[in-house]
Design a protein around this ligand. Structure first.
Ligand code: TRP
Length: 336
């Protein structure tokens, strides 16, 4: 047994990931896997809670996410990378947890309110909400507790869910007079604020994102559309890097300190125009992503490799999942 801390997080397979995911989530996971026992899962069941009728792209999106993870440095030798639907133990645990979770814990979940909006857009209302969607946080608790994870790295929007998972673990332990389930702690991911190219939050539905998998040309084209200092009409007008909402912050992330100082000085003196500045920025972004994209290309050309990795990882995950489930069933006293 190791005394490493166990870390677990999942992502819903919504398709190709963007640079916000890369910088905000994946680089953090890559660091975490060096010193912890990490489980990273693709939550295809959670995708079904809202997209139960859009399943044609489910497997494709799963493999897009997996390819993005692997090319960003999530390493199957270091982390256990798995697919939620390949872990039947999580479904079983979900059943047991459902029995002890008061209905109103799920209903008061604030994220459910966002779901209401999504479902309203689909022409559904709370009356037609599925049982599975209400159970979203309980399934999430099952994900975490299947592996008895210590920490769950997530964005701020998911913290309420982790709180419910803690409540459920505590209630299970109280009901069955055990200390079996650990109360998982959220580990807040500090998301470097990478805005979308139009200055809004980066997101694929806003069409303002740069994908990890975009080519250098696509990246450059997109960056050329980024908004800049609006008060600057001519190249020789003096620029205001600190008021430049998108391009200058990108420089700070993708350029060295020297690059950033140089560009800032040239802009302020009116020596470089916005188009030139963006052209140079695109080179920096592409340089930084070159290796990641090279790896991604490899996986695109070797889909069998991806399948093998997710099967092997899920098999490895099940070893731990079965251990926990055996103890849960012993505790609940179901016949085994
Ligand atoms: N709900 C999470 C999201 O949308 C994904 C998720 C599913 C998850 N199960 C989890 C995250 C367990 C952390 C732990 O991002």
């Amino acid at each position: 047994m190791t005394n490493k801390k166990s870390i677990l997080s999942l992502m819903r397979p919504t398709g190709k990931l963007h640079l916000g995911h890369y910088l905000g989530v994946l680089t953090n996971w890559v660091k975490l896997q060096e010193e912890n026992e990490c489980f990273f899962g693709i939550a295809d069941w959670h995708a079904l809670t809202t997209k139960f009728d859009e399943t044609d792209s489910l497997a494709k999106n799963t493999f897009e996410v997996l390819a993005d993870w692997l090319s960003s440095g999530i390493d199957p030798e270091k982390s256990t990378i798995y697919l939620q639907s390949l872990i039947p133990e999580t479904a079983k645990l979900h059943v047991y947890l459902s029995m002890i979770t008061p209905m109103n814990w799920a209903q008061r979940d604030p994220t459910l309110k966002d779901m209401v909006k999504i479902m309203n857009n689909k022409g559904e209302n709370e009356e037609t909400f599925s049982y599975g969607l209400i159970g979203y946080p309980i399934l999430m608790a099952a994900d975490i507790l299947t592996f008895n994870a210590d920490f769950v790295p997530v964005g701020i929007d998911q913290v309420a869910h982790i709180e419910i998972a803690r409540d459920i673990a505590r209630r299970f332990n109280n009901v069955y007079k055990t200390e079996l389930l650990k109360e998982p702690a959220p580990k807040l991911t500090e998301i470097p604020l990478l805005k979308g190219l139009d200055g809004n939050k980066m997101g694929k539905s806003f069409k303002n994102d740069i994908k990890i998998s975009d080519s250098s040309d696509e990246t450059a084209k997109k960056i050329m559309t980024a908004i800049t200092d609006r008060s600057r009409l001519r190249k020789t007008d003096l620029g205001h890097p600190d008021e430049c909402e998108v391009v200058f912050p990108y420089w700070k992330i993708f350029g060295t300190k020297t690059d950033t100082d140089e560009i800032s000085a040239a802009c302020s003196k009116g020596e470089i125009g916005c188009a030139d500045c963006k052209r140079r920025l695109a080179c920096k972004v592409n340089e930084k992503l070159a290796l990641v994209r090279e790896k991604r290309k490899f996986f695109e050309e070797h889909p069998d490799e991806l399948k093998q990795i997710i099967y092997d990882g899920s098999k490895k995950a099940r070893i731990k999942a079965k251990e926990v489930l055996a103890k849960v069933e012993e505790t609940v006293k179901v016949y085994r």
